[in-house]
Design a protein around this ligand. Structure first.
Ligand code: ADP
Length: 448
């Protein structure tokens, strides 16, 4: 597979081992490094002095100032700064595999060498490079960024096909939305002939919008599960690539895989990231991505077995071109749950919990106005953690005890839920919901 950020950092560490990296001694970074070093006591007295002196120094003096105080401390700070640099590089090398990262390290060293050549420090005629000159070879942050321009990720990030396992009854409330998704996604995927028989065209794209944590991702997964379809999940920000053309390739690849694995639900979360209104993006990357997405969606033939579900909590910034007929032409609001829905969500998330008799889920539903499904899930988790902590403190819970026994003797009480409610507040205000309702009105009117 393709390494994640931590993996990329480790690979970079391997390929830069022994490389004379000269990090930038930026004040903020140096102070952060000093604070971290302070924790391990070794430089006890020197540290506070160093912090004071660094604060008072100009940036270019910092290495000298540190060396004066203690050569060891200087080296320690430098090691930290190199670590930050590698961390930063790992961050910006999404989609790079091991070989790409090795090439990146190599190119950075080459960039440093080319600098020495430009400065006339290396004599081409000479058989060998003298030691003193080699000692001057310093690979800087700038060299790495120079190298980044030259090394492209060789492999596109793999498009992962999942077989989701979320069922309708894992989702509390949202009955209308579930029904709409059944008809718009499940039926066309399961009974394509019926649509042909009645001469109606199922939607290609569905946009779920609403506050974060209201179950949009859950719904997309459930409809895929219940339609026995495969599931490809991508996040808008992930599709964006700083490599020209790469983002379009990403999208082509996603649709290619989806067609291959059909029936497939493609789920694009945070679609607003790639779809700010066209013309507002200076480098026009998002313009091209939207065009590619539109081309792919226009190219989906009837009964191709591919449905695209997108989700956003910023429906107001979506490009209107995406919402035209034949594209994302089904717009579904996923609201914060009402009291009845909250009760259902509490039931889902306490299904496998040992509840004390006094736990009144109806009462909890009544008291959680403005809580989303995600908030309620967090409340239930927190209540269980509180119960567990208490059981541990009271010595009721012992190592080696089996789950069944624990369930019998250490239940989650109403008080635990009340404590949890104090910690986790509602995340959707009335105003927020009104905002979404207004957008819903606008969408309706635009459609006549
Ligand atoms: P969104 O995509 O709208 O931001 P998610 O679907 O990712 O929200 O929901 C996050 C988590 O919150 C889910 O994994 C689930 O635990 C919980 N959750 C949200 N809505 C519901 C719901 N209606 N019923 C049950 N759990 C929910």
């Amino acid at each position: 597979g393709v390494p994640d950020k931590q993996g990329r950092k480790e690979i970079l560490q391997i390929h830069t081992r022994g490389m004379p990296i000269e990090p930038d001694f930026r004040k903020g970074d140096v102070l952060k490094a000093l604070e971290e070093i302070k924790k391990d006591e070794k430089f006890k007295d020197a540290i506070d002095k160093a912090i004071e002196r660094v604060k008072a120094s100009r940036e270019e003096e910092i290495p000298k100032v540190l060396k004066e105080i203690s050569e060891d401390l200087y080296n320690e700070v430098k090691a930290k700064l190199i670590d930050y640099l590698l961390e930063e590089l790992a961050e910006v090398t999404h989609g790079f595999v091991g070989a790409d990262l090795a090439a990146l390290a190599r190119e950075a060293a080459m960039a440093a060498l080319r600098r020495l050549i430009r400065e006339g420090k290396i004599d081409f005629e000479a058989e060998t490079i003298p030691r003193e000159v080699l000692d001057e070879l310093k690979v800087t942050r700038k060299d790495f960024y120079e190298a980044l321009k030259m090394v492209e990720p060789s492999a596109l990030r793999e498009v992962l096909i999942e077989v989701p396992n979320v069922h309708w009854d894992d989702i509390g409330g949202l009955e209308d939305v579930k029904q709409e998704l059944r008809e718009a996604v499940e039926w066309p995927l399961k009974y394509p002939e019926a649509f042909r028989a009645y001469g109606i065209t199922p939607p290609k794209g569905i946009l779920l919008y609403g506050p974060p944590g209201t179950g949009k991702t859950l719904l997309a997964k459930a409809v895929a599960t219940e339609s026995e379809a495969n599931f490809i999940a991508v996040r808008g920000p992930e599709i964006l690539s700083k490599w020209v053309g790469e983002s379009e390739k990403n999208i082509r690849e996603i649709f290619r895989k989806a067609r291959q694995a059909a029936p497939t639900v493609i789920f694009i979360d945070e679609i607003d990231a790639i779809a700010p209104r066209r013309g507002t993006d200076v480098n026009r990357v998002t313009d091209r991505i939207i065009n590619q997405l539109l081309t792919e969606m226009d190219g989906l033939v009837e009964n191709s077995g591919v449905v695209v579900i997108a989700a956003t909590n910023r429906p107001d910034i979506i490009d209107p071109a995406l919402l035209r007929p034949g594209r994302f032409d089904r717009l579904i609001l996923v609201p914060a749950p009402d009291e009845k829905a909250r009760l259902e969500i509490f039931k889902v998330h306490t299904r496998n919990m040992p509840l004390a008799k006094d736990v009144d889920l109806k009462e909890l539903a009544k008291r959680t106005e403005g809580y989303t499904g995600a908030d309620i899930a967090a409340v239930c988790r927190e209540a269980a953690m509180i119960a567990m902590r208490r059981a541990l403190e009271q010595g009721i819970l012992k190592e080696g005890m089996k789950a069944d026994e624990i369930r019998r003797i250490a239940k989650v009480t109403m008080k635990d839920f009340e404590e949890a409610l104090k910690k986790i507040g509602p995340s959707v205000s009335k105003e927020t919901m009104e905002y979404y309702r207004r957008i819903q009105e606008q969408f309706k009117q635009a459609r006549g």
